[in-house]
Write a protein that binds this ligand. Structure first.
Ligand code: GDP
Ligand code: IMO
Ligand code: MG
Length: 427
């Protein structure tokens, strides 16, 4: 089976949506396997911009089957709203499968997310406020509802009753409004007809695809540094965005992932709180934010901006088994006289060869920088690698050398066409 996994190598928003859409025309199946509508994947096709949150970015290819797999947390109301929004934008065919094992994210998860963040005050995580953490918590606590419960009224009602018995106590303790089972059931009944036809055993379906040697593309959400276990804990999301989590989140064997395309921006961004060693607080940071339109796809929050961090990228390459890199938004760096790149971290004046594992250690990190020369040309219409300015090529090649992995593609603009191919993947 020919597969390709796309993984964000930083703190999310690296351009996974664009690359997934790019490869979707060669795929038979596109799969999202973790996260929920905390993700915001922007895709520009023929000058038109689309924002996807739950739907896989293969949705614009009518012949591609788009799977929302087992490890996702799915807000049924947000999903129907997203489908309706795309219909209004002219998308007519929804070739979708929704896992019966995927967790169902319900309004009380959103309320708990907001209440917790408010209570944490200065220590808040800066979540997207979509209820993602509380939904995954319920999954682990075995209190969660799953999308398959929508297929069985009795099970749906009894699972919801059990969950609300516990969740409402928590909400009341927070001084928030409790939820009524009847209200949630009523709301669910309104959206169920739109979702039930798509709900199935997607892991069985995907295993069949495997037997039939189909081409399957796995679209990551979030970024490796937001991994619940390996990221900048506690300032992380509540699932693992690593490609190594794909097997368990889809019901496929370990060997399912042939190639992992790590997606990285030519600089770094993050939204929400938490460590960010190369963060810029100056005019250059503002310039990059404006030129790169670095505002959240979902929440519209301004993204924090910083220089490229090779310490992060080397670490992520190792923990995820990245085989190729897609370098995104290189056009945004055009016009700068000089570009800094962090090559490693020092703590107490000594170079370290490990990734800090807690916030106190991150607070001691001093990034070590090299300065590379910039380029003045607008590269957003360059189609061939050789036509890039010398210093832009040097930037790409320095990254390649430092990571020891090939930069297979370079993106110079949001549109599908603004993509320079150096090595063909997923042929
Ligand atoms: P994702 O969450 O990883 O899918 O990334 P987002 O879509 O949230 O954020 C990436 C943003 O960069 C989107 O607005 C894209 O349209 C845009 N984008 C992607 N690639 C490029 C590029 O090469 N150049 C520029 N200027 N914008 C890009
Ligand atoms: P895509 O797929 C960027 C961040 C939030 C917050 C932390 C926890 O578009 O790259 P959560 O709501 O998940 O509990 O928030 O994770 N975060 C993202 N940042 N891109 C994303 O997704 C993100 N999904 C979550 O900002 O810091
Ligand atoms: Mg995004």
């Amino acid at each position: 089976m020919s597969t390709l996994a796309i993984e964000g190598m930083q703190w999310g928003d690296e351009g996974k949506g664009k690359l997934t859409d790019y490869f979707a025309s060669r795929a038979e199946v596109v799969v999202r396997s973790q996260g929920g509508n905390n993700a915001g994947h922007s895709i520009v096709r023929d000058g038109k911009r689309y924002a996807l949150r739950l739907l896989p970015s293969g949705i614009f290819n009518p012949d591609v089957v788009n799977v929302l797999a087992d490890g996702m947390v799915i807000n049924p109301f947000a999903l129907v709203e997203e489908i309706e929004g795309l219909k209004a934008q002219g998308v007519t065919k929804f070739n979708l499968l929704i896992s019966n094992r995927a967790s169902m994210l319900l309004p009380y998860h959103v309320a708990i997310d907001h209440a917790r963040e408010a209570m944490l005050g200065n220590s808040k995580i800066g979540t997207t406020g979509r209820g993602i953490g509380p939904c995954y918590e319920d999954k682990a606590a075995r209190l969660g509802l799953r999308m398959g419960d929508l297929l069985d009224e009795k099970q749906l009602e009894s699972r919801l009753e059990g969950a609300l018995n516990i969740k409402n106590r928590e909400l009341i303790a927070y001084g928030a409004e409790p939820f009524k089972k009847e209200d949630i059931l009523k709301q669910l009944h309104e959206v169920m007809p739109s979702l039930i036809p798509f709900i199935t055993d997607t892991s069985a379906y995907l295993r069949d695809c495997l037997k039939q040697n189909k081409k399957v593309l796995f679209e990551g959400a979030q970024g490796a540094m937001l991994c619940l276990t390996h990221g900048t804990y506690p300032y992380v999301t509540s699932s693992s965005p690593l490609a190594t989590a794909i097997p368990v989140n889809t019901g496929l064997p370990l060997t399912v992932v042939n190639e992992v395309l790590g997606v990285m921006k030519a600089y770094t961004t993050r939204v929400g709180e938490g460590p960010f060693p190369t963060e810029l607080f100056d005019e250059i940071g503002n310039e990059i934010r404006e030129k790169g339109h670095e505002y959240g796809t979902v929440t519209k929050r301004p993204r924090r901006v910083g220089w490229l961090d090779l310490a992060v990228l080397r670490y992520v390459k190792e923990i995820s088994g990245i085989t190729h890199v897609g370098l995104m938004l290189l056009d945004v760096l055009g016009g700068l006289d000089q570009i800094k790149v962090c090559t490693g971290y020092k703590i107490d004046g000594k170079l370290i060869d490990y990734m800090p594992c807690d916030v106190p250690s991150y607070s001691k990190v001093e990034p070590v920088y090299v300065t590379l020369p910039g380029w003045k040309e607008d590269i957003s219409n360059v189609l061939n690698y050789d036509d890039l300015p010398q210093n832009a090529k040097r930037y790409v090649e320095e990254i390649e050398k430092a990571l020891g992995v090939s930069v297979a593609m370079v993106s110079v603009g949001p549109d599908h066409k603004q993509t320079i191919i150096r090595e063909e993947l997923f042929k």
